[in-house]
Design a protein around this ligand. Structure first.
Ligand SMILES: *Cc1c(COP(=O)(O)O)cnc(C)c1O
Length: 411
């Protein structure tokens, strides 16, 4: 983001757009369609000769404002918003890949993203899952029909950190489209553009909105990919500035045709949530590190997964690339202790799925979000059967430490 700091720029963004009445928040435009006195203006908008609104399935002025904000936060070229993080991810795959293409993805991914790969395979897209903490595994999996590499920054739930820098170099040298899901780190802790990422995916439902009250997703094109060399761009979208071809195709084939659009109301709520992103991330990352250190020395705990701990296999990488290691923390209790009993003893921490809420949340992962994939896939993803995943919120650190202590004492 420009000269100003992250938060300064963010909280003054709307007011700096010369809004009517000196408003400090962008208005919520609730119009589904937009009318023109001269119908030629509408025709020009349809044909891409003029910027403007047509129908809320593709954009509204409120969503445009949020998209611009995300784009600046990610230092990108253009951003599209969707009704959820999954809608954003599916748009990347379904609009930019064709039957016969191949993608290489990290084996350590959000469960629903892995589930999408099953669908892609049925549509004739080959998917190879690798241990992407080592770029050599990604390189070895590349084939002549490989189009895309997909990874997350800090993997959910076992917190592996892929070699996102090395993979950036690899994709750059091979002309592969590099997609990073930045949800767990957020634009505040990490900028994927710095490792040559081409498309940044975010679930805005998590740390971006932050309050656990809205769902949304985004895709940001960093402007680093040469779309003229990408064979899957339809003829209709090979027009105008080539830097915008991928964006245009995702907008038309994704938002327009598949229709998973955000609403203006939700966009406004997300924008307000994001204003405190840096403050929330600082607080929750600090508390998570304190909890991780506490748990790591606790006699009832077998293993703590948190990239901010020096014992984490990718600690050096996380420490170098991220401002902090975010607030997802996973824990294995020693075999004789029941993780569900532990969760039931916690009084502040809410037993719930979801991440990036102001409130701390926890769930046992094997019987819930990673139940469907089965034991073998769980083992390959480094997920133990007794693992508990925490999303640490912004509560006062001492209160959370006390809650963990009393719950462990009761076991
Ligand atoms: C939650 C999540 C998603 C999906 O986002 P939704 O907004 O819930 O659809 C994608 N990737 C990661 C890493 C997530 O944590």
């Amino acid at each position: 983001m420009k000269e100003q700091g992250f938060t300064t720029h963010l909280v003054h963004h709307d007011h700096n757009q010369n809004l009517e009445f000196g408003a400090i928040h962008a208005p919520i435009y609730n119009s589904a369609t937009y009318g023109y006195e001269n119908i030629h203006d509408l025709i020009d908008i349809f044909q891409g000769r003029q910027a403007g609104q047509a129908y809320a399935r593709q954009a509204t002025p409120t969503i445009d404002m949020l998209q611009n904000k995300i784009c600046e936060m990610e230092q990108g070229k253009a951003t599209l918003c969707f009704s959820s993080g999954m809608a954003a991810i599916v748009t990347v795959f379904l609009t930019l890949l064709k039957s016969g293409d191949h993608i290489v993805a990290s084996r350590f991914l959000f469960g629903n993203t892995s589930s999408v790969f099953g669908t892609l395979r049925d549509f004739g897209v080959e998917v190879t899952l690798v241990d992407a903490t080592d770029v050599a595994n990604v390189a070895a999996a590349c084939q002549s029909n490989t189009k895309m590499v997909f990874v997350e920054t800090i993997a959910n739930p076992a917190t592996q950190v892929c070699d996102i820098e090395g993979i950036g170099e690899l994709c750059d040298s091979k002309g592969l489209l590099y997609v990073i899901d930045n949800t767990i780190t957020s634009a505040y802790l990490f900028q994927p553009k710095s490792v040559k990422c081409h498309l940044i995916v975010n679930s805005l439902s998590k740390y971006f909105g932050g309050h656990g009250n809205v769902i949304g997703g985004s895709v940001t094109d960093t402007g680093l990919f040469d779309w003229t060399q990408y064979p899957n761009i339809f003829e209709a979208y090979r027009v105008g500035n080539p830097a915008m071809w991928g964006y245009l195709q995702m907008k038309k084939k994704g938002l327009r045709d598949m229709g998973a659009c955000l609403s203006s109301e939700t966009a406004a709520q997300l924008a307000i949530g994001a204003e405190t992103m840096a403050l929330r991330m600082q607080q929750s990352s600090r508390t998570t590190l304190a909890l991780a250190e506490y748990l790591a020395q606790h006699p009832k705990v077998a293993k703590v997964y948190y990239p901010g701990l020096e014992t984490h296999p990718q600690y050096q990488r996380a420490n170098k690339l991220f401002k902090a290691s975010s607030s997802m923390l996973s824990v294995d209790l020693k075999g004789e202790f029941d993780c569900c009993e532990f969760l039931n003893h916690l009084q502040l921490v809410i037993g719930a799925t979801h991440l990036g809420d102001n409130r701390s949340l926890a769930l046992p992962v094997a019987p819930t979000i990673f139940h469907e994939i089965g034991l073998e896939a769980r083992q390959k993803a480094g997920i133990s059967e007794n693992m508990v995943r925490f999303s640490i919120g912004i509560e006062d650190t001492d209160d959370l430490l006390a809650d963990f202590k009393q719950a462990l004492d009761l076991l």
